[in-house]
Design a protein around this ligand. Structure first.
Ligand code: MRU
Length: 342
């Protein structure tokens, strides 16, 4: 069994505390929606697809607690992080089932299964793109930790690596919270995939020297025109990739597509606490009097994307809008295998 970011058993959501990795493996056991909301806000669980699944289970937990309506639980969970649309899709999926009188736990299980299956599919669909790319750059953590299992950006890397063990991954450290250095490196290490962590400002150096053959990242929200939000620093990697003639791919399951947004300008960008920038591993770096700005995401214009790796195939930005019916079909209740985690 590979890494799992979370699982649900005995009416309890079990979450791997991602703030502690890679140093310690700590699992949190949650039976209350307020705890799950706090875990999403504080990034015990993180990554767009994973917070969607966690929120779906948060709704299921609320349905078993006294004093919670579906609308109140949806508001509480929805107030945690604004950028990843998956969060709201996970909430809405269970809210609708709850309101129809169906079993919210079964709805959350089905949502989880759907996300895992879609990520696996992304791996199969995306791996051929890496057939001639020996050295791949990725940003943030878009692995199993961010998606429950497989990953988005890491799924094609995992499948390609099974076929070609020499594959090499450049891992952006991803300041301020170091999801690359801490989490992506941890996942790759466990899978025996060769990699090197690089400082966030080193990618241009390697791209310019021809040492990177492809860039692949995940997304937190993809607008109808193909503009997309992802971890802060993604935009500059996309520009650098274009400047150096290196293909730039975005891998995402259907819940990450927000067809209601015409373009990236209307995507809400979360701004987090200054301390995340002013400190490193709990130690103050900057002078006491310094302030900071800390946008957690940036928006990359569609023109920098060579292709979106979706569960249904690789598409160009111009074709994203046309995916709406496919995504809608995939989100219908019953479209994923029902049942407990594999
Ligand atoms: O702030 P985070 O760690 O939740 O941000 C995560 C990312 O930006 C990931 O790249 C994104 O969610 C895609 S994950 C499959």
């Amino acid at each position: 069994m590979g890494v799992r970011a979370l699982w649900y058993e005995d009416h309890t959501l079990h979450l791997l505390d991602q703030r502690r990795l890679p140093g310690r493996t700590v699992v949190r056991h949650r039976r209350r929606v307020e705890e799950v909301a706090e875990d999403i806000r504080t990034m015990v669980v993180r990554g767009a697809p994973a917070i969607g699944v966690a929120a779906a289970y948060g709704m299921a937990l609320a349905s078993r607690q006294r004093g919670w309506t579906s609308a109140r639980a949806a508001r509480r969970l929805g107030s945690t992080r604004p950028t990843a649309v998956d969060l709201f899709v996970g909430i809405r999926t269970v809210e609708e089932a709850w309101d129809r009188g169906e079993d919210p736990e079964a709805a959350a299980d089905e949502y989880r299964t759907r996300v895992v299956e879609e990520c696996h599919r992304i791996g199969v669909v995306g791996a051929p793109l890496l057939a001639r790319a020996d050295r791949v750059l990725t940003h943030c953590n878009a692995g199993a930790l961010a998606t429950v299992e497989w990953g988005t950006a890491l799924a094609p890397i995992r499948v390609a690596h099974q076929r070609r063990p020499s594959l090499f991954v450049f891992v952006d450290e991803t300041r301020p919270l170091l999801q690359g250095a801490r989490l992506t490196a941890w996942e790759l290490e466990r899978d025996g995939i060769r990699h090197a962590v690089i400082a966030d400002n080193a990618a241009g150096h390697f791209l310019a020297r021809g040492e990177i053959d492809a860039v692949i990242v995940g997304a937190d929200r993809i607008a109808r025109n193909g503009d997309f939000a992802n971890k802060i620093g993604t935009y500059e990697k996309a520009v650098l990739a274009r400047e150096n003639g290196v293909p730039f791919y975005v891998a995402a399951p259907w819940p990450t597509f927000d067809f209601a947004r015409p373009n990236g300008r209307s995507i809400p960008v979360e701004e987090r606490a200054m301390e995340e920038v002013l400190t490193l591993a709990g130690r103050r770096l900057a002078p006491r009097g310094s302030a900071a700005r800390n946008p957690a995401f940036d928006v990359t214009p569609a023109r920098y994307v060579r292709g979106f790796i979706t569960p249904a195939g690789v598409v160009r930005p111009a074709d994203v809008a046309g995916l709406r019916p496919v995504a809608r079909r995939a989100s219908r209740p019953g479209s994923a295998r029902r049942g407990s985690p594999p």
